[in-house]
Design a protein around this ligand. Structure first.
Ligand code: GTP
Ligand code: MG
Length: 573
């Protein structure tokens, strides 16, 4: 079976990359593009042709981010009444300028993202929009690109029959995912389908950049040159529908203005408030911006200032988009980590498929959680997958040291004294011929970490080698850009042991004939997504600890045999 999968890998290769590139490089949409939730899902599962794939220009990370940012700056977000007519809405909005793209979605009401072809469109909207009067309340007159569509008296914009097709911005429930995976013919195809279903859509990425742009407008009241940049899974290629929106307030554009040599005897500099450390300055900036978001930011609710964290942040919900947002400042290293993961994800399509599948498996098995704590995080899991792929023979992806050796002068990046340099031009990276199938990689991942000596060894993706542990933490993964830091410092012994046990159980389970043979009941990856904890019919964690692992997996096998394996019915997020 493994050989069969290896043979099919080349056929799938184009399809995989195509699916990824399609959403990431953002294909252009026509102005009145309409798509139902169903057709959007179908679109996600489809692939582009080989010709289209070969014509896609592979852009460096920062160029891609710049394009998305610029796109967002030409966009507005409009809350629409439920009976809005799409046709009339577009007609109305196009009075302000040509529309490049428009889509509708639901989040506490119906919203439209309208992207004009020029920024003039946004200015025209600002000129025509009015400040509302609330009969019994007062309002902060802060004008933003979050607007409401009002129906005028003659009913010009609305029709009694809603005609807006909304796109889903959330991940499908796990049981639906399991059902769809089970219909696939191979485990390789299951991993690819899972990635295509769960990954961020083009529209969701647009919305993320738009929210950053709206936040930037608030922060710009104090820092006109600032930029709010998304990082983490919103941009690193591993984001799943429903993942949080990590942003950082970039003030480098301010200090970047260099003193010109004018030949004059004098020059002027700004007087600035001083603080004892950069951390204190970051805390004070975030505190003020957090206050502005709280007081003036329409749709921003539940603001929490978490300023004493290792990386100070302001957390809030952006209701119009439905995103849980984390705003940080002075966080260039995290941006570099995002770029590195993006690059790894682009080098070989199997990287993303494996990361998505492992993350989904980990979520279902309770290895990761939405709640901060001693569990493994998605970031940690991704590092584990990267390291595992570097350790394949031949390696599927290169070490960070190798990527650094390929860097050109423009790639030079020193942040807080740490060398964060690595190549940005993907075409310079030559991969070795590794033909492992995804099925084989998934199984080997579980075997690898099920048997890894975490008690003695530290994981180092810079060298692609395990090393002796420099400190006593249960799990030690060296931060690739800050070698003195452990990215998995939060993980305790219990959670690590749980991960190891689940890897062992999943490795065993994956090799069972019931799981390997195609059938109508969950099989292959779908079977691995049935939570082992749930087996034993509702006798949850307390019972789990009492049972021997083999009893639990035997229970799962039994339920698979009888076709009763059910996922937890919750969402995958
Ligand atoms: P999800 O939000 O879970 O989908 O993944 P994510 O990659 O966005 O992770 P998270 O939101 O927890 O963190 C955002 C980014 O911050 C990550 O992608 C990393 O770049 C960075 N980051 C997170 N945790 C750590 C850590 O422990 N150490 C370091 N150096 N960076 C981290
Ligand atoms: Mg995140």
């Amino acid at each position: 079976m493994l050989t069969m999968m290896a043979a099919s890998i080349h056929h799938l290769c184009i399809m995989r990359r195509a699916g990824f590139l399609k959403h990431f490089f953002g294909f252009k949409y026509c102005s009145s593009k309409r798509a139902s939730t169903k057709s959007a899902a179908a679109k996600r599962e489809s692939s582009i042709t080989k010709d289209q794939y070969e014509n896609i220009e592979r852009k460096p990370f920062y160029k891609l981010l710049e394009e998305r940012k610029e796109q967002a700056e030409r966009s507005v977000l409009v809350s629409c009444p439920s009976n809005t007519s799409e046709k009339r809405f577009l007609k109305h909005m196009s009075r302000h300028g040509d529309i490049n793209n428009c889509f509708f979605y639901e989040s506490f009401g119906t919203y439209a993202v309208v992207e004009f072809s020029k920024r003039d469109g946004v200015l025209s909207v600002f000129e025509s929009a009015s400040i509302p009067n609330f009969p019994h309340e007062a309002a902060v007159p802060f004008k933003s690109r979050l607007l409401s569509l009002k129906t005028n008296n003659s009913g010009d914009l609305a029709s009694s029959q809603p005609s807006v097709k909304v796109l889903s911005q959330t991940a499908i429930p796990i049981d639906e995912l399991v059902r769809r995976l089970s219909k696939k013919d191979s485990i390789d195809q299951q991993l690819l389908l899972l990635t295509n279903i769960l990954q961020l859509t083009d529209e969701n990425i647009r919305l993320r950049f738009l929210v950053c742009s709206l936040l930037r407008d608030i922060a710009a009241s104090y820092f006109p040159e600032c930029v709010v940049r998304p990082f983490g899974s919103s941009v690193n290629g591993f984001g799943k529908l429903g993942c949080d929106l990590d942003m950082f307030l970039d003030l480098d554009g301010i200090s970047g203005i260099s003193q010109e040599k004018t030949g004059s005897s004098y020059s002027l500099e700004y007087q600035l408030k001083r603080t004892s450390t950069e951390r204190v300055a970051t805390q004070s900036i975030l505190s003020v911006i957090g206050e502005c978001v709280d007081q003036f930011g329409p749709g921003c609710v539940g603001i929490q200032k978490i300023l004493n964290a290792r990386c100070p942040l302001v957390r809030f919900s952006h209701q119009p988009s439905g995103f849980q947002c984390d705003l940080t400042a002075n966080n260039r290293v995290a941006m570099k980590s995002s770029e590195l993961l993006y690059l790894y994800g682009q080098l070989d399509e199997r990287v993303r498929a494996l990361v998505f599948s492992v993350r989904c498996w980990a979520r279902v098995q309770g290895v990761t959680s939405n709640i901060p704590g001693a569990w493994l995080t998605n970031f940690t899991l991704t590092m584990l997958v990267v390291f595992f792929l570097q350790k394949r023979s031949p390696p599927l992806i290169p070490t960070l040291d190798h990527l650094q050796a390929l860097a050109g002068p423009k790639d030079k990046s020193i942040i807080d004294g740490n060398d964060c340099t690595f190549v940005s031009d993907l075409t310079k990276v030559k991969l070795q011929e590794n033909s492992d199938s995804l099925e084989h990689l998934l199984l080997e991942f579980f075997e690898f970490y099920g048997n890894f000596d975490f008690s003695k060894l530290s994981i180092n993706i810079r060298k692609g080698k395990e090393q002796g542990k420099p400190e006593a933490a249960p799990l030690h993964i060296q931060n690739p850009f800050q070698p003195a830091l452990n990215v998995s410092k939060n993980v305790n012994g219990t959670q690590l042991q749980r991960f190891v046990s689940l890897c062992q159980e999943s490795a065993w389970l994956a090799q069972q004939p019931e799981v390997q043979s195609r059938s109508d009941t969950p099989w292959g990856l779908a079977a691995l997504l049935a939570p082992l904890d749930a087996v034993g019919k509702g006798k949850k964690s307390k019972r789990r600890r009492a049972e021997a692992p083999s009893a639990r997996i035997k229970g799962l096998l039994e339920s698979l045999r009888t076709g009763k394996a059910s996922a937890n019915g919750g969402s995958t997020s």
